[in-house]
Design a protein around this ligand. Structure first.
Ligand SMILES: Cc1cc2nc3c(=O)[nH]c(=O)nc-3n(C[C@H](O)[C@H](O)[C@H](O)COP(=O)(O)O)c2cc1C
Ligand code: SF4
Ligand code: FES
Length: 567
């Protein structure tokens, strides 16, 4: 703990200039961007620099320290400017992550182990960060010691496939840095159509489409839009949740990196419908390319009159700001994300009140996942009924699935809801090397394992629910018969223990006890069930409520718990 009464006298000139560049006004919500600026410039947050931030932003030192220590990408202890964040999570550990980390450490690199970096389709993955006057960050996947030494991104592209390409139509071709190119491919036709229809009709079409949120909770997108539009209090905010940290998920990364203008246009359509004046996109801190492409797209749209005080000459006013996360899975939870933007620790709030009434800065807020939003242009252009004609009645439209693990062609696949799990797996070439399938993790660490008997399951919200599973964030990670599922389950348990924000006891203690239950014998089934039940029923957010799911489901496929604990 630093001396919180200490002054900023020891802040160096470079630390001061990094802070001054961002902390132009004494506003608390600038805390996270200011800490990022310092971290990017110097590589860590010294006492003197933190105190200088507090002076500039008028934030109590204890609170600034609480925020600085909340995020994995920041350090309040000195560390070298060059770091290698190496993924040792479930997808990469089967692609040689441990050997890679060993080799990197032997070569003298400063390695920090990281949870999933959203590059599982190109495992093993690392993110290198270089602090300095010209800071840089690079995703390297697949990574090798040589590629890391040469700072070479490896040139691998994300494999894109599927049986009905709608959301991914511009992802395989086109220039993600050209607004003209985007417009030549139909870009901004949907926003123009939205202006013609008017906000009430856009909401009607969104409701008729029965589009359900793709961020994990499957809430009807049109209904949420309608509630924000009707909410009292101004301003209304639109927040795009681009924190994508669910292990195994990389769909939003691909959309942002390869079709950033579509994300900006879709946000503008949603903002128009719900009457939002200001938008934020909260991009995962480990996604430097996505942030760079979005920043470029936002600037180009502002210059082209598609954002700002008078969007496309219609009198509608809307602008977007990027906020970078800093390495905290829990900040994907909507209310934790609001706190993070506001410059507080990223801890979830109790609900109600719900974001549609009191969200960001206490104002009515429409928050949607990236993939949810990029469905809007086709709904506006072709109508909600046409959208709902694809898929099933309960699960309309197409869906992005992130295929990784032991599949022949890992990548991002778009299929209509209702496609079976087996068909999807076949699209990706089936299990790699013709091995037998042991299990599939569906929906991410917060999801569940299913066995080969689930291959006939149609991929819909309702079929997944009926099978006791979830589509979650679209993760489909396959494990062949050689994989030690116990090791995978242990890594998931560690993930939840490390990512619990610690606010509520059932989650804070339960995630520790759950991990212990996998490590040692002697915890009986009743106690394990008690822990799972306490976490599910008494945790205030989805992290604690779902932390036991994958482990319980794996136990059904393979006896992952010590012998005494097996039912
Ligand atoms: C622990 C936790 C992590 C989450 N992470 C994400 C995330 O990374 N991206 C996301 O869109 N939603 C995430 N969510 C869901 C959000 O809270 C929220 O439901 C979602 O952003 C709403 O958007 P949608 O209606 O478009 O799905 C997470 C929820 C929890 C409980
Ligand atoms: S359930 Fe866990 S992550 Fe969620 S608020 Fe409680 S302690 Fe934090
Ligand atoms: S990038 Fe390693 S598991 Fe996702």
């Amino acid at each position: 703990m630093p001396d919180l009464h200490f002054t900023s006298a020891t802040a160096s000139p470079e630390e001061r200039s990094a802070v001054d560049a961002v902390a132009a006004r004494a506003e608390r919500h600038l805390l996270l961007p200011t800490l990022h600026a310092l971290n990017d410039r110097v590589g860590w947050l010294s006492e003197g620099a933190l105190n200088y931030v507090c002076e500039r932003l008028n934030v109590p030192p204890a609170e600034a320290y609480g925020v600085a220590t909340f995020y994995a990408m920041f350090s309040t202890k000195p560390r070298p400017p060059q770091l290698v964040h190496a993924c040792d999570d479930i997808g990469c550990r089967n692609a040689g992550a441990e050997q890679l980390i060993g080799a990197l450490e032997t070569s003298g690199a400063h390695v920090l182990r990281s949870p999933c970096l959203g590059l599982c389709n190109r495992a093993p993955a690392v993110l290198t960060t270089n602090a300095g006057p010209e800071p840089g960050a690079m995703q390297i996947a697949p990574a090798s010691p040589d590629a890391v030494r040469r700072q070479h991104p490896s040139g691998a592209n994300d494999t894109i496939g599927g049986s009905m390409i709608r959301l991914l139509q511009r992802v395989t071709s086109g220039d993600p840095e050209s607004l003209d190119d985007y417009r030549s491919r139909g870009g901004y036709e949907a926003l123009k159509r939205a202006f013609e229809l008017g906000s009430a009709r856009v909401i009607e079409e969104a409701i008729a489409s029965n589009l359900l949120g793709r961020g994990g909770a499957a809430f009807p997108a049109g209904k949420k839009m309608e509630a924000v539009a009707a909410a009292a209090g101004r301003p209304h905010y639109l927040v795009c949740n681009a924190d994508e940290s669910e292990p195994g998920t990389f769909k939003d990364r691909v959309l942002m990196e390869r079709d950033p203008f579509a994300v900006v246009e879709s946000m503008t359509i949603a903002a128009f419908a719900a009457g939002c004046e200001r938008g934020f996109i909260y991009v995962r801190g480990e996604y430097p390319l996505a942030a760079q492409r979005l920043r470029h797209a936002i600037d180009a749209c502002r210059n082209g009159g598609w954002l700002g005080d008078d969007v496309a000459g219609t009198g509608f006013s809307f602008d977007v700001e990027i906020r970078r996360g800093a390495g905290a899975y829990i900040c994907g939870e909507e209310t934790a994300l609001f706190n993070s933007i506001e410059g507080k620790r990223g801890e979830p709030r109790s609900k109600p009140p719900f974001p549609v009434h009191a969200g960001l800065f206490g104002k009515p807020t429409l928050i949607n996942n990236v993939e949810t939003l990029v469905n809007l242009p086709q709904i506006v252009l072709h109508g909600g009924a046409a959208y709902a004609a694809v898929g099933t009645a309960g699960s309309t439209g197409t869906r992005l699935f992130c295929l990784s693990g032991n599949v022949a062609r890992p990548g991002l696949y778009e299929v209509p809801h209702g496609t079976t799990l087996g068909t999807l797996l076949e699209m990706a070439g089936g299990v790699a090397e013709g091995r037998a399938l042991q299990a599939i993790l569906l929906g991410g660490a917060a999801g569940s394992f299913v066995g080969p008997d689930a291959l006939s399951m149609p991929l819909t919200f309702e079929d997944a629910r009926a099978a006791g599973a979830t589509l979650g964030s679209g993760v489909v990670m396959a494990f062949d018969d050689r994989i030690d599922l116990r090791d995978i389950v242990r890594r998931i348990a560690r993930f939840f223990r490390e990512e619990s924000c610690g606010q509520c006891v059932p989650c804070r203690v339960g995630t520790i006890r759950q991990e212990e239950a996998l490590e040692r014998a002697g915890i009986d089934r009743a106690l394990r069930n008690d822990i799972a039940r306490a976490m599910r029923d008494a945790s205030i957010c989805g992290l604690g409520q779902t932390a036991a799911n994958a482990i319980a489901s794996a136990n059904g496929i393979l006896r992952v718990l010590p012998t005494e604990a097996v039912p």
